[in-house]
Design a binder for this molecule. Structure first.
Ligand code: ZN
Length: 380
C-alpha cells in the first residue's frame, strides 16, 4: 500500500514538473520540439481604451509557441505576455541596422521573472525586454524584414472563468522565403542586373548647372557593364539608352516594376540600381548605399559596395542605410541602390559629369561586387 501511494505521488509530481517546465522557456531554449501553448483562433480583437493608467502594471509571465499553417506552410510564432491589468500595446517594424519589431506595452514594467529569450532564428532570433520610461519595450530581432501584414499585436481581456489574466499577444509570420543563395568567389559567370536610375521622360534630379541624374546613371552603368563583361560576368541592363523602361508617362510603380522584373525574370545573382542624391542644402555631399534586408545578403552587398565606392571616390561616407525603395524590395535577389554623390552640390555635380570620376566610381562598383562575392562565398 505505501509503495503504491509513493508511485502514485511520484507520477503526479512528474506530470506536474513536465507540464510546467515547458511553459516557461529558459533563456537559451530553442522552441523547436513542441508548442507549449495552444493557438486559439482569435475571433475578435478587443481594443483596450486608454484610461489614463496611472498605476504601473506588471508583465508577469511570457509564453511562446510555434505554429505552421498546414495549407500554406507559413511558419508563425506567437508570444503571449500576461499583464496584471488592462494595457495598451502597439508594434512598429524598424528596418535597420538589423530588422526588428518593437512592441511597446504602456504603463508596465517587466517582472523579475521575465528574461530575454533566444530562438532558432527561423521566425525570430531573440526577444528582449527593456524598460522605456513608464513602458515596457519588447524587441523582436528578426532574421529578415517583415511587411506590416506579417505581424499582429493585440490584447486579450482577462477571463476569470478560465483563470486567465489580461494578455498582450504578438504574432509574427515568417516572410515568404527567398530562394536559397549560394555564392562563389569572383565575377566570372555571375549574372549582374544593372539599373541606371531614371531615363527618358524622367530626368531624375537636376544639378545647379542643369546636369541631369539620368545622364550620369547611364554613363556609369555602361562603364560598369564593360568592366563586368571583361571579367566574365553576364550583365542585364534595365535600359541601355535614354528611355523610360516601362514606357513614357507610365506610373512610377509600373516603371519600377519593369526594372525589378527585368532582374527577376532573368534570375540575376545581384541587382544594382545606380542613382545620384539631391538635397536643398547645396553644401551637403557624399556617397551612400541603401538595402532592404529580404535575403541574408542585402546589407552585406550594400556594405561591400559602399566600402569600395568610398575608396574609389573619396567623398564623404554617408554609410549604408536600410530603405523601403521599390526596386531593392521587389527584386528576388540581393540588391542595393547606390547614391554615388549629390548632384545638388556644385562640386559633386562637376565630378559626376566628368568621365574620369564616372570611371573611378564604376571601378569602385566592380570592386565592391567582387568584394561581395568573396564575402558571400565564405558564408556557404
Ligand atoms: Zn534617382
Amino acid at each position: 500500500m505505501p509503495l503504491l501511494r509513493k508511485i502514485a505521488l511520484m507520477f503526479l509530481l512528474v506530470l506536474f514538473v513536465a507540464s510546467w517546465t515547458g511553459v516557461y522557456a529558459a533563456p537559451d531554449a530553442v522552441p523547436e520540439a513542441k508548442p507549449v501553448i495552444s493557438l486559439p483562433k482569435i475571433t475578435s480583437e478587443k481594443a483596450v481604451e486608454s484610461r489614463g493608467i496611472s498605476r504601473q502594471l506588471e508583465l508577469s509571465q511570457v509564453r511562446w509557441a510555434n505554429h505552421t499553417e498546414a495549407l500554406t506552410g507559413t511558419a508563425m510564432m506567437r508570444l503571449v505576455m500576461d499583464v496584471s491589468g488592462p494595457v495598451e500595446a502597439s508594434g512598429v517594424v524598424i528596418a535597420g541596422p538589423t530588422p526588428r519589431l518593437s512592441v511597446t506595452i504602456k504603463g508596465t514594467t517587466p517582472g523579475k521573472a521575465i528574461e530575454d529569450l533566444t530562438f532558432d532564428g527561423k521566425v525570430i532570433e531573440k526577444v528582449s525586454f527593456d524598460v522605456s520610461g513608464q513602458d515596457t519595450k519588447v524587441t523582436f530581432d528578426l532574421p529578415l524584414m517583415v511587411e506590416d501584414t506579417d505581424y499582429r499585436v493585440f490584447t486579450l481581456p482577462s477571463d476569470a472563468k478560465a483563470n486567465k489574466p489580461f494578455r498582450v499577444v504578438v504574432d509574427v509570420n515568417k516572410p515568404v522565403p527567398m530562394p536559397d543563395f549560394s555564392f562563389t568567389t569572383g565575377l566570372k559567370n555571375k549574372v549582374i542586373a544593372i539599373d541606371p536610375g531614371h531615363g527618358g521622360s524622367d530626368p531624375g534630379a537636376i544639378g545647379p548647372s542643369q546636369y541631369q541624374e539620368k545622364t550620369a546613371t547611364l554613363a556609369v552603368a555602361q562603364n560598369v557593364r564593360t568592366l563586368l563583361e571583361k571579367a566574365g560576368a553576364r550583365v542585364i541592363m534595365t535600359r541601355q539608352d535614354d528611355r523610360d523602361v516601362y514606357g513614357p508617362n507610365a506610373s512610377a510603380v509600373d516603371e519600377l516594376k519593369a526594372r525589378s522584373t527585368a532582374a527577376n525574370s532573368r534570375k540575376a545573382d545581384v541587382f544594382l540600381s545606380i542613382h545620384m542624391n539631391a538635397f536643398p542644402d547645396r553644401t551637403v555631399g557624399g556617397t551612400s548605399t541603401y538595402y532592404y534586408q529580404k535575403t541574408k545578403y542585402d546589407s552585406m552587398l550594400a556594405r561591400a559596395l559602399q566600402t569600395s565606392l568610398i575608396e574609389a571616390g573619396k567623398l564623404q561616407d554617408r554609410r549604408t542605410n536600410p530603405a523601403n525603395f521599390y526596386v531593392i524590395k521587389r527584386t528576388q535577389m540581393p540588391a542595393a541602390l547606390i547614391e554615388l554623390a549629390f548632384i545638388s552640390n556644385p562640386d559633386e555635380e562637376k565630378l559626376l559629369s566628368s568621365p574620369d570620376f564616372q570611371q573611378k566610381m564604376s571601378l569602385g562598383i566592380v570592386r565592391g561586387l567582387e568584394r561581395f562575392f568573396d564575402q558571400a562565398a565564405k558564408l556557404n
